[in-house]
Ligand binder design. Structure first.
Ligand code: PLP
Length: 406
């Protein structure tokens, strides 16, 4: 078999469907977020751009408190962890971070993974595979990491209608009593920015004796008085069995975790292959994440400014009739509704306006709902916002895109 010919044919198919991904080479500059240097395919500098689609929602990835903690830990502990957690890879920074995260969510314990993806994959995979005769009830818009974990477990799976507790109730009612039931959902959904009715979902879980598992990846650090997420804001953390989060988005570093009871964390720690057989996070990454979590427990300033910037961008878009999907979160999906135009607008913004917003096309979102997903942050200035909305306004006219009526 000509293997490379097979690979190239598959890639050509992707290209012809418009789904081939090209990464923008963007070097974010500490001290100047949200500014980044854009380089072309050869690595040549093409100028400075303002990033409007970062998941480093609060700019914690350049916060001096975080950088100092990381530098100190590199100096004192070196670069890598040196092993899996079991084979000499556990360091005081991992232990402290797990304590910090358990405290953040009011849980007995927490368990670190190398990413949010791995935490979902490993924790759901392990729980669903090992709970006796388990059925997983998965929200139909769950993230790929949850879907893959559930698939890996080989447990029975039922999809319930997105954010619909009544449908969940019906699905749970069909399951014979005595089986283990695991309900997996998210708080803030990253593409539409909608928020789950967590209290109602928990009512249903409790009624049926199901274990509840929430992904708060797009909410930790951002919502709740200490950054514990939507469940903290709504006073629901103690009713949720497993809270999963990332250290790579609002916390600005890298890594993922679950927080839950001591028994559940110890169970996943003891049985999850994706935890056991992988080198621990570098101590400096754990130290940086720990500093970030600690800081955002005490400081409300970043969250307040974040919400203010989001509201300002929304107001400005409304004034120009640029359609964006309304939602109660910090994610602003500006709807283009056409894959070619969406990609083109993104390219023109980058090459001519110094604005970077990744186009979101199928299969990430359904055909016809192609969009620019804008994530304003506390470090975007009024001038940045002016420039963004003026650039979008000009492109909207140029591409003859529909405007919303005010
Ligand atoms: C990004 C994301 C993850 C994965 O987190 P990483 O730390 O980036 O691996 C998990 N769930 C959701 C909903 C996400 O958007």
């Amino acid at each position: 078999m000509n293997y490379d010919a097979f690979f190239n044919d598959s890639l050509d198919d992707l290209r012809s469907q418009g789904n081939y991904r090209v990464f923008a080479n963007l070097e974010r500059k500490a001290g100047q977020f949200p500014r980044a240097t854009f380089r072309d395919g050869e690595g040549e500098e093409q100028g400075e751009v303002t990033v409007w689609c970062s998941n480093d929602y609060l700019g914690m990835g350049q916060n001096p408190i975080v950088l100092d903690a990381m530098c100190d830990a590199v100096q004192s502990c070196g670069a890598g962890a040196g092993g899996t957690r079991n084979i000499s890879g556990t360091n005081r920074h991992h232990v402290e971070l797990e304590q910090e995260l358990a405290d953040l969510h009011g849980k007995e314990d927490a368990l670190l993974f190398t990413s949010g993806y791995v935490s979902n994959w490993a924790a759901l995979g392990t729980l669903a595979a090992r709970l006796p005769n388990c059925v997983v009830l998965s929200d139909s818009l769950n993230h790929a990491s949850m879907i893959e974990g559930i698939r890996h477990s080989r447990a029975d799976k039922m999809l319930w209608k997105h954010n619909d507790p009544e449908d969940l109730d019906q699905k749970l009612s069909q399951i014979e009593p005595g089986r283990a039931k695991l309900v997996a959902f998210e708080s803030v959904y990253s593409m539409d920015g909608d928020i789950a009715p967590i209290a109602e979902i928990l009512d249903v879980c409790e009624k049926h004796g199901a274990l509840s598992y929430i992904d708060e990846v797009h909410a930790v650090g951002l919502y709740g008085p200490r950054g514990g997420g939507i469940a903290e804001r709504e006073g629901l953390m103690d009713r949720i069995d497993v809270i999963e989060g990332t250290l790579g988005k609002a916390y600005g570093v890298m890594g993922g975790y679950i927080s839950a009871s001591t028994a559940l964390c110890d169970f996943v720690r003891s049985f999850a292959s994706g935890f056991i057989f992988s080198t621990a996070l570098p101590p400096a990454v754990a130290a940086g994440a720990c500093a970030s979590v600690r800081h955002l427990k005490r400081s409300e300033m970043e969250r307040a400014r974040h919400q203010e910037r989001v509201n300002t961008v929304r107001r400005r878009l409304d004034a120009l009739g640029i359609p964006h999907q309304p939602n109660p979160s910090h994610i602003i999906p500006v709807m283009v509704g056409d894959a070619v135009k969406c990609k083109m607008i993104s390219d023109v913004l980058l090459e001519q306006c110094g604005v970077y917003i990744q186009p979101i096309n199928y299969p990430t979102v359904p055909v016809g709902t192609e969009r620019l997903r804008i994530t304003p942050g506390p470090l975007h200035t009024d001038a940045d916002i002016d420039h963004l909305v003026n650039s979008l306004n000009a492109l909207w006219s140029q591409c003859a895109l529909a405007r919303a009526v005010a």
